[in-house]
Design a binder for this molecule. Structure first.
Ligand code: PBG
Length: 344
């Protein structure tokens, strides 16, 4: 005789669809999971400083140091061991090397060039991404050349800046950069850089265009790391995009692809997942997200206070980029995420 059900007929729900079945156990969840994050999705940004055996913590980015070139070589080795495909460089420039033209960008033994040469020599199979923009080198903190009116108003000069960015790009390519990443948002720079690279025989050097880069408050800790925050005159809203726009992002991406970008980037990351999705759907090009300094620091700060689980928030934020359609993510979490992924 059947035991009578302990749930009375009155309490049994008539539910035809039970999506929870597919979530009932770890193995079942693994089978139906739609996206994966692997170490192949990561680009690791590193900050550089002059000196030897030096690591200087970035106050606003717990766990991130500025590295002298020899230390950067050690981190490059760590990247190789962790199977991270590529690293990217950002230099902290000594104030005395800054001027209004960003001249240090063209110095063939500037920090970025030294790091490229040193790391290429030791780890030729590691991808090297170099950022193209003048802000680490300019006394006024802008990504481009500035014209100052007598009134004190400033204007960022587009076409003059593009010429400077071309010089900067060639300087980086000659030092061994594999991927040139213009982050300046000047009009027409991708085409100009492509032409110059080709003319010098750098046919295989890729361009990763910061195609849709927004004028964002989330870059705060980065400017602190580079020492470019205090000096910045005004803001970057005449070249970086308005956070209110996304149709415009599609136009920016289309132009950069037309001009020869091999890969495009959306920046910042998490507040702009909708833009990543639209760009990926519209163009199907290799699309990257930059999980910027402020995004990193928010997670780290909340985790330090015990308000969120840092590891879990990190992994959730990274899979969100994959779900939104990104092929990869530039993230300061790269080594920590790779450690978790390879330990699993
Ligand atoms: C500068 C540049 C910035 C970042 C990367 N390249 C800052 C800016 O535009 O002011 C920000 C990266 C980050 O916040 O992690 N061209």
């Amino acid at each position: 005789m059947n035991k009578p059900s302990r749930i009375s007929e009155a309490h049994r729900l008539d539910i035809a669809h039970r999506p929870r079945r597919n979530r009932k156990a770890e193995w079942a969840r693994r089978l139906v999971s739609e996206h994966v994050l692997t170490t192949s999705d990561l680009i690791w940004p590193l900050f550089l400083i002059e000196g030897k055996a030096k690591r200087v913590p970035v106050a606003a980015m717990p766990g991130v140091d500025r590295l002298s070139v020899d230390e950067a070589v050690r981190e490059a080795e760590r990247a190789v061991k962790l199977d991270i495909p590529a690293i990217a460089f950002f230099p902290y420039t000594e104030p005395h090397l800054k001027d209004e033209h960003g001249s240090e960008a063209f110095n063939e033994s500037n920090l970025v060039c030294k790091a490229c040469r040193a790391i290429k020599r030791e780890f030729p199979a590691l991808g090297l991404v170099t950022d193209v923009a003048l802000d680490p080198y300019t006394s006024h903190g802008h990504d481009g050349l500035v014209h100052e009116h007598e009134s004190g108003d400033i204007r960022i000069l587009n076409d003059e800046t593009v010429k400077a960015l071309v010089r900067q790009s060639l300087n980086q390519a000659r030092a061994g950069a594999d991927v040139i990443a213009p982050s300046d948002m000047m009009d027409g720079r991708v085409g100009a850089i492509r032409e110059a690279l080709d003319a010098e025989g750098f046919l295989d050097v890729q361009i990763l265009a910061y195609a849709a880069k927004y004028a964002s408050a989330f870059y705060g800790p980065f400017r602190d790391a580079l020492g470019s925050a205090g000096a910045l005159k005004g803001d970057k809203r005449t070249y970086q995009m308005d956070p209110a726009n996304s149709d415009e992002a599609l136009r920016e991406v289309e132009l950069d692809l037309d001009e020869g970008a091999d890969m495009v980037m959306i920046k910042p990351g998490m507040p702009y997942l909708d833009v990543i999705r639209r760009v990926k759907d519209e163009f199907g090009a290799p699309t990257f997200a930059y999980q910027v300094s402020g995004e990193y620091s928010m997670i780290m700060a909340a985790a330090e206070r015990g308000w969120i689980d840092g590891d879990k928030a990190m992994m959730e934020s990274l899979i969100a980029f994959k779900r939104a359609g990104a092929d990869g993510v530039l993230t300061y979490f790269a080594p920590r995420a790779a450690e978790k992924l390879t330990a699993a």
